[in-house]
Design a protein around this ligand. Sequence first.
Ligand code: ATP
Length: 160
Amino acid sequence: QPIALQRLIGEVADRMQIKAGAKEVTVINRAELDSVFLMGHSDSIRQLFYILLDNAVKYSEQGGKVEIEALLEGTNRVVCSVHDYGNGIPEEDLPYVFERFYRADKARSRNVEGTGLGLAIANQIVKMHKGQISVKSSKEQGTRFIVVLPVIQPRGDIRL
Ligand code: ATP
C-alpha cells in the first residue's frame, strides 16, 4: 500500500505536539515532501516516527524544541531527521542505542521512564523497509536521528 509520507509525518508531529504540550516542548515540522510515496506498512512507519519524536521530546529540557525534517534526495529516497537539543547520548553509548533493552547513561536516564526497546523496534522497522537509520549526538548539538527510506514518485499520469 503506498503511503503518503508528508501527511503521515504531519499526523505524527501533530499528535506529538499535543503530548509534548505538558512539557512545553515545541515540535517543529519542516517536512517538505510533495507527492512522495513509500511502499510499506503505514502503522509501522507511523510507529517509527512516533518512537523517534517521543524520545526527542522525552530527552529534551522543559521548554525545548524538536525538529523533524524530510527531504527528497535524488529521485527515489527521502532523508528524514529528528533533532532535539537535549543532553545528547554519551559517545561510548552510541554504538549500542539500537540494541534491545539498552539505556544510555543509566544514572541520568533513571528519572526518565523507558524500557530501552523503542530504538530496537525503530531499527527493525527501517530494515523491514530497506532503509537505513543512524544517529549523531553531542552535548552541544543534542541528538539527531537520520532515517533514509526508499520512496517512489509516481508520474502524473499514474493514479495511486
Ligand atoms: P522506550 O523504548 O520505552 O521509550 P527508552 O527511551 O529508554 O525506552 P530507546 O528508545 O530504545 O529506549 O532508547 C535507548 C536509549 O538511548 C535511551 O534509554 C536513552 O538513553 C538513549 N536515547 C534515545 N534517544 C535519545 C535522545 N533523543 N536523546 C538522548 N538520549 C536518547
